[in-house]
Design a protein around this ligand. Structure first.
Ligand code: SIN
Length: 486
């Protein structure tokens, strides 16, 4: 298939409200920069409170007709949206690399990963069955139906500027719910581009709206509005807690994909090659900037030295550079603040006895590029043990027994993803059950798939995205009791 748009044609910088591109009532704009070069790509419209109100009103107006379509009709439109995204994967990947920095091939992977959520929910919506319930009174019949919750909103992060929108908007729109998306200020261009393709596909005006600008203006309007019945957020635990509390005033349904502090446990009986490649996949994907990135690597004493040697060879080989350059595995970090956090975690660890085995510094190419880093002799009193680094630093902790490894892995308020490497089948079951996380990877560092439920336990969030469960965040179950049937 031939792409119908070039990246330039998909580059929008205005708000997408009610199917129109509007500059925003304040006419203020903010710069979006390429993190690889520091250059300003474009100035994007900054929504005012009035713009948010306009978008909410448009979503309310769009709700009856959109939710009134049959599931099959909505499914066909979503399928067309999926097709358009896939046809334009190259342009969308360019936009994503431009604003986020990740290597072009990884950006392509993200676009297809995101598109798959839209395809998945285009299918799943046809199977939103209700149920009949055996009655308790002979003259009554009891049943349930599932209905769209109403107008919804999503606040999405910069680390996956496209996929995190698709996995919220896909199920919401499939279920019949208009969604207002507020993308991260660092990466609004991918959101606007897929908004454009949704319109092209026939998603009704007002059903997918993209409002860009400061979280401090947009967030409170979305959380305070009684018209918005569900909020889906991906981001930090700190912000998630605030949003949950703000949503309590109007008793909204919330889906929160929050911070992680993912453990990797390498047991003595692991296959070293699989453990190293799985750890690299989990730790260095997106330059270490994912919520499911390995943050703490616990290695059993008997395999420690061999594992560290093999991992350090693999880390030293990672190629860092501009995402548009060939053969690059790691792009820049999103901004200087991210670099400073990585530096502070390394210097705190070193001051408490850790050893830097590979990397440890800002990369010689400058900007926000950072060397892929491996440190050993990490201990549980270090900041890196309790805080998510969100950068390319792999700290190795040592443990003796399975119980000790599990205890160290679980000693965190977070519980998103956890990984472990072993060849013992009984241990696979045992440790999977005991890890306090929502997602477990056994002998793999890559767990994401649209057909599987993604979400955390403890302070890593509530709700699930993807799979047959992800659409539940946007549905209400209604019980109907029909009397006097005899
Ligand atoms: C995330 O980092 O929040 C998402 C990662 C994924 O979907 O694989």
């Amino acid at each position: 298939m031939v792409a119908r748009f070039t990246a330039q044609e998909l580059l929008h910088s205005d708000l997408l409200i009610n199917g129109e591109w509007v500059g925003g009532s304040q006419a203020q704009r903010f710069p979006v920069t390429n993190p690889s070069t520091g250059e300003v790509i474009t100035q994007v419209a900054s929504a005012s409170q009035a713009d948010v109100h306009t978008a909410i009103a448009a979503a309310q107006a769009a709700l009856p007709a959109w939710s009134g379509l049959t599931a099959v009709e909505r499914s066909r439109i979503l399928r067309k949206w999926f097709d358009l995204i896939v046809e334009n994967v190259d342009s969308l990947a360019e936009i994503l690399t431009l604003e986020q920095g990740k290597p072009l091939e990884e950006a392509r992977g993200e676009i297809l990963y995101g598109a798959n959520f839209i395809e998945w929910f285009a299918e799943e919506v046809k199977r939103l069955y209700g149920e009949t319930i055996p009655t308790n009174v002979s003259s009554r019949r009891l049943l349930t139906i599932r209905q769209p919750i109403g107008v919804t909103a999503a606040i999405t992060p910069w680390n996956f500027p496209m996929a995190m929108i698709a996995r919220k908007a896909g199920p919401a729109i499939a279920a019949g719910c208009p969604m207002i998306v507020k993308p991260a200020a660092e990466t609004p261009l991918s959101a606007l581009a897929i908004g454009r393709l949704a319109l092209e596909a026939g998603v009704h005006p007002g059903v997918l709206q993209v409002i860009t600008g400061p979280a401090s203006v947009i967030g409170p309007e979305l959380t305070a509005s009684p018209a918005i019945r569900a909020l889906s957020f991906t981001g930090s635990t700190e912000v998630g807690k605030k949003l949950m509390s703000d949503c309590a005033h109007t008793v909204k349904k919330v889906a929160m994909e929050l911070g992680g502090n993912a453990p990797v446990i390498v047991f003595d009986d692991a296959d070293i090659e699989i453990a190293v490649s799985g750890t690299i996949d989990s730790k260095f994907r997106n330059s270490g900037q994912t919520c499911v990135c390995a943050n703490r690597i616990f290695v059993q004493a008997g395999i420690h030295d061999r594992f560290v040697e093999a991992l350090s060879t693999a880390v030293a080989k990672l190629n860092v550079g501009d995402g548009f350059s060939r053969d690059v595995q790691q792009g820049p970090l999103i901004n200087l603040e991210a670099v400073e956090k990585v530096e502070s975690h390394i210097s705190d660890a070193v001051s408490r006895g850790a050893k830097v085995v590979v990397g440890g510094n800002r990369h010689s190419i400058g900007g926000t590029f950072f060397e892929p880093t491996l440190i050993t002799s990490a201990t549980m009193d270090m900041t890196i043990a309790s805080e998510e680094t969100f950068g390319p630093v792999a700290p190795i902790f040592i443990f003796e027994t399975e119980e000790e490894g599990l205890e160290m892995a679980n000693s965190t308020p977070f519980g998103l993803a956890g990984y472990f490497f072993t060849q013992d089948l009984a241990r696979m079951w045992r440790v999977s059950e005991k890890l306090e996380v929502g997602v477990v990877g056994v002998n793999t560092g890559l767990i994401s798939y649209e057909g599987a439920p993604f979400g955390g336990v403890k302070e890593s969030g509530v709700g699930r995205e993807g799979s047959l469960h992800g659409i539940e965040e946007f549905l209400e179950m209604k019980y109907i009791c029909i009397g006097a049937v005899n």
